[in-house]
Every structure is written in structure tokens, then in C-alpha cells.
Design a protein around this ligand. Structure first.
Ligand code: NAP
Length: 281
């Protein structure tokens, strides 16, 4: 039997990842002899796992919580974007060398353009959350030269660290760390992004006062399960254009696929299986 290249998602936990269905459908569509697996690896076994990738026929990985930063010291090279974001979500094994990339922010930008037809240059943007996803999103948004980015997080040290990191790199964007959602200049906001996990549970509140939402606003929630968070439902009610995070998941995966295979990802096939899978959740 011709040998099968192995790819997979590394995380802990990682069992509920939608990446295997998406990538296995892509391999099948392009008739690539490869299989995408779940690697739920305990923290104590991380280094051994990473040092034996080539030996185990593993050609590429997606990296998820809690390892996006932890894998970095074990890599032979890191892309400039992943370096700026400070996290790696994609590893390519190339002649036993481990190369790190981050496709989260670029995947987000692709989805923003495709799903909301939004061009961030010169716009006023607010991000709720200053964690890993917010970091990738804010770095990639900053590269497109928006006018201003305001960020809010309950974790003040994390918020301040992200804003000062961004200020150091992107001198031409006006950044603000806000102490509460009420401080956001909602009437002049073009794009509101939720990069907190608030909205995943039915009991979660909407972080924004519904009265502040308006029809000229675009709202992007990184959450894709549920497909419609309270924030998105309320924004839709006032006529705002909205998107959930499925497009980001799709495009970060498609970009990883292209890094591993040097082939154009079959995005339509990947989107179809993802949408089908999400309906089952
Ligand atoms: P994270 O690193 O834990 O960051 C989330 C941040 O939100 C943390 O700083 C957290 O603070 C903060 N937060 C929690 N509750 C808050 C509240 N009530 N008000 C303000 N800030 C609050 O998580 P992440 O990896 O960035 O992921 C964030 C969300 O994005 C998750 O829902 C995840 O599923 C989603 N995501 C989607 C995609 C996609 O492809 N669509 C990709 C990545 C992530 P504490 O740490 O103090 O709680």
C-alpha cells in the first residue's frame, strides 16, 4: 500500500475539533494520500511528541489550546507573522525541520472580506477580548492600516500587554485600551469583533448594551457554536450585517492546507463539510 502522509491537530483537549472532517474532505477531494488525525497530547509528553514527528510520518500539524505558544521553542523556524502574533497554529515538517506559521489572523481577514465584504483600511474597529485569538486578529487587522482599534478585556494586564505590543509595532494605528464596553464609541464604530468566549453558553449575556447596536455596524463573532450568539441575534435585529466565526475556521484551515501541500485548498468542499458538521453540534 502506498504510504499515507499523516497530518493532525495537536491540543489538550482536542477531541471536539472540526479540523479532521475539514482536512480529510480536502485530501479526498484532491486525491491526496493523507490522513488528518487528532493528537490529544498531555503537557508532559509535548516535547517527545514534537521531536518524533518526522519519525512518525507526520508532515504537518494544526496547534490549538494550550500549545500555540508552548510549541515555539521547539521549532526550527517561525514565520514573521507568527512571531508578531507570538503564537503558532500551523507546523510544517519539511525534511525533518519544523516550520511554524500562524494562519488565524489571515484566515480571519479572508473571512471578513468574503463574509462581510469589509475592507478595514481607515475604519474604526473594536475588539472584545485580548486573548490568543484577539492577538492574531488585531495584528493582522493592524497590517491593513485601520484608523483605530479599541480593545476591551476583563483581564487588565493582558489587555495592557496587547495594546502596548501593538503600539510598538504599528505606529500609524490609533489604539485604545478601554476599561468597559460602555466606553466604546459605538455610534462611530464600523466593525465590532467578539474574541471572548462569552456567547458560547446559552446563559451568557450579550457584552454590549443592545441599545448601542446600530444598522451601520458590522459585527463579527469568532464563536461558531452556537451559529448565532446573542450578540449576533441582537445586532441582526437592528439591521447590522453579521458573521459568525465559521469562515475564520475555514480559511485558517485552508491556509494551513496550502502550506502543507503547496496545492490550492478546495475551499468549497471544506466549507460544505464544516457547515454540515456544525449543524450536528
Ligand atoms: P482566550 O485566549 O482565553 O482569550 C479570551 C479572552 O477573553 C481572555 O483574555 C478572557 O479573560 C477574556 N474574557 C473572558 N470573559 C470576558 C468578559 N466577560 N469580558 C471581557 N473579556 C472576557 O481565548 P481565545 O483562544 O482567544 O478564543 C476566544 C474565542 O474565540 C473563543 O470563543 C474561541 O472559541 C474563539 N475562536 C474562534 C476561532 C475561529 O476560527 N473561529 C479561532 C480561535 C478562537 P480571562 O482569561 O480573564 O477569562
Amino acid at each position: 500500500m502506498p504510504y499515507t502522509k499523516i497530518y493532525g491537530v495537536l491540543g489538550y483537549p482536542a477531541k471536539h475539533s472540526l479540523s479532521p472532517v475539514m482536512h480529510n474532505a480536502a485530501f479526498k477531494a484532491l486525491r491526496i494520500n493523507a490522513e488528518y488525525k487528532i493528537f490529544e497530547i498531555e503537557p508532559s509528553e509535548l516535547n517527545i511528541f514534537l521531536s518524533s514527528l518526522a519519525k512518525n510520518n507526520i508532515f504537518g500539524l494544526n496547534v490549538t489550546v494550550p500549545y500555540k505558544e508552548k510549541v515555539m521553542p521547539s521549532l526550527d523556524s517561525i514565520s514573521s507573522e507568527a512571531e508578531l502574533i507570538g503564537a503558532v497554529n500551523t507546523i510544517k515538517v519539511s525534511k525533518s525541520r519544523l516550520e511554524g506559521f500562524n494562519t488565524d489572523g489571515s484566515g480571519f481577514l479572508k473571512s471578513l472580506s468574503e463574509d462581510l465584504n469589509f475592507e478595514p483600511k481607515g475604519k474604526n474597529i473594536a475588539i472584545l477580548g485580548a486573548g490568543g485569538a484577539a492577538k492574531a486578529v488585531s495584528v493582522c487587522l493592524s497590517k491593513t492600516k485601520p484608523k483605530a482599534i479599541a480593545i476591551y478585556d476583563i483581564d487588565k494586564p493582558k489587555l495592557m500587554a496587547l495594546v502596548s505590543h501593538l503600539k510598538k509595532i504599528f505606529g500609524d494605528v490609533n489604539y485604545a485600551a478601554v476599561n468597559s464596553v460602555a466606553e466604546l464609541d459605538m455610534p462611530n464604530l464600523d466593525l465590532l469583533i467578539n474574541a471572548t468566549p462569552i456567547g458560547m453558553k446559552d446563559s451568557d449575556p450579550c457584552l454590549v448594551n443592545p441599545d448601542a447596536l446600530h444598522s451601520k455596524l458590522l459585527v463579527y463573532d469568532l464563536i461558531y457554536n452556537p451559529a448565532e450568539t446573542k450578540l449576533l441575534a441582537l445586532a441582526k435585529e437592528v439591521g447590522a450585517k453579521v458573521s459568525n466565526g465559521l469562515g475564520m475556521l475555514l480559511h485558517q484551515g485552508a491556509l494551513s492546507f496550502e502550506l502543507w501541500t503547496d496545492k490550492k485548498a478546495p475551499v468549497k468542499v471544506m466549507r460544505e463539510v464544516l457547515e454540515k458538521e456544525v449543524r450536528k453540534l
